[in-house]
Write a protein that binds this ligand. Structure first.
Ligand SMILES: *[C@@H]1O[C@H](CO)[C@@H](O)[C@H](O)[C@H]1NC(C)=O
Ligand SMILES: *[C@@H]1O[C@H](CO)[C@@H](O)[C@H](O)[C@H]1NC(C)=O
Length: 251
């Protein structure tokens, strides 16, 4: 009799401990382990395919060298009198004004989007730098300069991250058409091809009439002891030749 009571008590305590641990993990620890408290959302895609408009236009806004820091990083190369009142936010404002004024069909960000020495969180800077393009729900794509990878992400990580951002058409590297995998035998990160079709309802509606080739021109480099910048390598040109032949033959 005595021993069966002890057993019941032991089981009761065991159950109590299990339930407590479960609640501790579920309500307290899991919250801390989450990256953020934001609801997980899926990447938003722009309307595809890219197309010329009915009036025959396709307007591209090209933006380079935003050198974005934290969002509040001070401007460089402004008058001393302007310094106090000039930050990354002015870049954001400028980009928004350009988008409103020009109403582009596509935005191409061509490097030094963020500035390594002014940020210690590349992801946060990327969100802020490309924010206006995402807010405008415009299709956009980016490649890297030599400053983008100078903080917390490598060039490969940056291009993967950028490719996952809302409305982004960026790719780390082209898909190998035979294997349906990302091509690995190509230098750099951010080599890809975007195709733009003819206007809706026209006889070119289902054909690519413009190819936008993006190439990674690399980071800094040292050649024969001299500090210089990277360049487009033979592997990239070889891909470019192949891809442009494919698009010329209309597939
Ligand atoms: C930056 O934006 C602020 C706020 O709109 C403005 O007062 C300031 O003049 C701008 N700075 C420059 C250099 O344009
Ligand atoms: C383009 O493709 C759509 C859908 O398959 C088809 O309805 C349309 O007739 C095609 N247009 C031309 C010009 O080939």
């Amino acid at each position: 009799m005595q021993s069966s009571q002890t057993w019941i008590q032991a089981l009761f305590y065991l159950a109590l401990i299990t339930v407590s641990l479960y609640f501790l993990q579920f309500y307290i620890l899991s919250d801390r382990l989450m990256v953020s408290h934001h609801k997980v959302t899926l990447k938003k895609h722009p309307n595809l395919p890219l197309r010329f408009n009915s009036d025959g236009t396709f307007k591209i806004l090209q933006v380079a060298d935003m050198h974005y820091g934290t969002g509040l990083t001070r401007c460089r190369d402004v008058l001393t009198s302007e310094f106090e009142w000039c930050s990354d936010l002015n870049t954001t404002l400028f980009l928004k004004r350009m988008i409103d004024a020009e109403k582009p069909d596509f935005i191409a960000f061509t490097g030094d989007n963020i500035f390594g020495s002014s940020t210690n969180d590349a992801a946060e800077s990327l969100f802020k730098a490309f924010g206006p393009a995402m807010a405008a729900r415009l299709p956009w794509a980016a490649v890297l300069g030599n400053h983008d990878q100078e903080s917390t992400m490598t060039r490969e990580e940056l291009m993967s991250f950028i490719s996952l951002m809302d409305y982004s058409l960026s790719q780390p590297n082209p898909l190998d058409p035979t294997k349906q995998q990302v091509t690995t035998n190509i230098d750099g990160f951010g080599n890809y091809d975007l195709r733009v079709r003819g206007p809706p309802g026209s006889h070119l509606a289902n054909q690519t009439i413009l190819n936008l080739f993006f190439l990674d021109s690399g980071d800094r480099a040292v050649v024969d002891g001299f500090k210089t910048y990277g360049w487009i390598k033979e592997s990239q040109l070889s891909w470019l030749r192949g891809a442009s032949k494919v698009s010329l033959t209309g597939t």
